[in-house]
Write a protein that binds this ligand. Structure first.
Ligand code: DC
Length: 209
């Protein structure tokens, strides 16, 4: 892995996806939202009855295009299949190949800095309090025209955190050399500025204007 690999991990609604997209655009790198892979596996396996590990081994571009994958049901399905070691093993090589692109790549997920790209030169662990993250998700759902129940959004967020952090296979945790970014009191611009400052301190600056 020789390029500029930016590994971003963190729980849901921490702001890692937004940050990943902005860093990718700033540095001119391709971006992979690895959560989408798990969502596609969970969603297809639940609806078709195929074993999740077989879905993971035969995932197609079409599987990733379904707009329903962004919903909370797909997120819960993803979190369940993500606990299966065979599913994780079958998605590993695709993610590593993506990371090996020249001149680099941005990947966001739960185990990028710990398992997928342990040698990444830049690792960020983006987090926020469960209350702050649940409030973001609540507002996002309302913005999409849904009528969510605040307490339920909070309970589901806590449940997903628990499942992602306590599973034996590649649990959500910060790599020892990751930069911790707590976005509880930050907006997306502040998180982006903090990440850029951290990267500049390591000598990584965009070649562009
Ligand atoms: O980031 P997200 O909400 O789209 O992720 C959906 C689920 O997939 C999440 O609950 C945990 C799982 N996941 C994972 O285990 N490893 C990853 N690298 C990315 C996501």
């Amino acid at each position: 892995m020789n390029g500029l690999v930016i590994a971003i991990d963190g729980p849901s609604a921490s702001g890692k996806g937004t940050l990943a997209k902005r860093l990718a655009s700033h540095f001119g790198l391709p971006h992979l939202d690895t959560g989408l892979l798990y969502r596609a596996v969970g969603w297809r396996a639940e609806r078709s009855g195929e074993p999740p590990e077989e879905v993971a081994a035969s995932l197609q571009a079409d599987d990733l295009a379904d707009p329903d994958l962004r919903g909370d049901d797909a997120g819960q399905a993803a979190s369940r299949v993500a606990a299966l070691p065979e599913v994780r093993a079958n998605l590993l090589e695709y993610q590593r190949r993506f990371a090996r692109q020249v001149p680099g790549a941005v990947l966001d997920g739960r185990d990028i800095g710990t398992v997928i790209c342990p040698d990444a030169p830049v690792k960020l662990f983006v987090t926020a309090s469960v209350a702050a993250r649940a409030e973001r998700r609540f507002q996002e759902l309302r913005g999409r025209g849904a009528d969510p129940i605040r307490s339920r959004v909070l309970a589901e967020m806590a449940e997903r955190d628990r499942r992602d952090s306590e599973r034996a296979a590649a649990p959500l945790k910060a790599a020892p050399d990751a930069y911790l970014l707590d976005t509880s009191d930050m907006d997306a611009d502040a998180a982006f500025a903090a990440a850029l400052a951290f990267m500049a301190g390591k000598g990584f600056r965009s070649a562009g204007p």
